[in-house]
Design a protein around this ligand. Sequence first.
Ligand code: ADP
Ligand code: MG
Length: 313
Amino acid sequence: MKRLVVALGGNAIIQAGQRGTAEEQQANVDLTCRQLAELVAAGYELIITHGNGPQVGNLLVKNELAREVVPPVPLHWCVAQTQATIGFMIQQALGAELQQRGIERVVATLVTRTEVSPDDPAWREPTKPIGLYYPEERARAIMAATGQVWKPQGSRGWRRVVPSPDPIAIVDRPAIELLLGAGAIVVACGGGGIPVVRRTDGRYEGVEAVIDKDLAAALLAHELGADALVILTDVPSVMLYYGTPEARPLEKVTVEELRRYQADGHFASGSMGPKVEAAIRFVSRKPGRRAVIAALDHAREAVEGRSGTQVIG
Ligand code: ADP
Ligand code: MG
């Protein structure tokens, strides 16, 4: 059975323009899981991972607004909490879709830790904006009180920035493998995983950072020996000259070609950049692998090589 790691983008859970109510999120996940059920029915073994940006953002807002009433929780707790709620929605939806198709499979969500290095250069320069926008004065007051780093983000005000270190190991991979071995479809490493560092005494410690979900998906796929990494997002494929009249889609591309386009600056750093980097990392680490970046609503065609950008060795 071919093993796929499927990474779901933000649009799989909250659509552009939505507020993101619980009902909206579950309805989107229902549609997403119809796509995923097709893959299960076609005989693929799935490990599902997903983004969590807006969901963590909402928890941070609650932290701030309720600060005087309940103690704020660390950022890595927020990641853990979103893994649970998003995993729950997927269990509900995918479970129902499979049942409807007469497929008896367990869907299990694993609260997953991802190791990052305390020596990662990202710690020196936090770059990832998260949570609320505040006026400069308020942001400076929070910085002074908490030691957090906030930076100006254009006309909307200031925003907290946190480091986004490279994932180096999926700490809970053995648990994922146990579940896969027992025949489960596993939701794991949501939001890139709960960031932890390994201390000198061997214990893991949660840290205030966020891990890019596409880079974590690439590592997860590598560690699990997946046949393909499938990154599903809100555009049909990777484009060259994106956003210009010369824009054109990339269909089949080698790692070498893709690296060249990457060096030429075709892929925006906060969005398509990490997907392209994830595809390159996964495919280049072992011969015979494939990565695909495609639209969520073409999941099956993408996996079968008929849609999206196919990245080969
Ligand atoms: P996700 O939530 O799926 O990770 P992102 O918003 O992070 O989605 O990334 C997808 C977005 O990347 C697209 O909606 C598109 O606006 C943007 N993008 C930037 N550069 C490119 C490119 N070269 N080709 C296609 N899309 C691009
Ligand atoms: Mg993204």
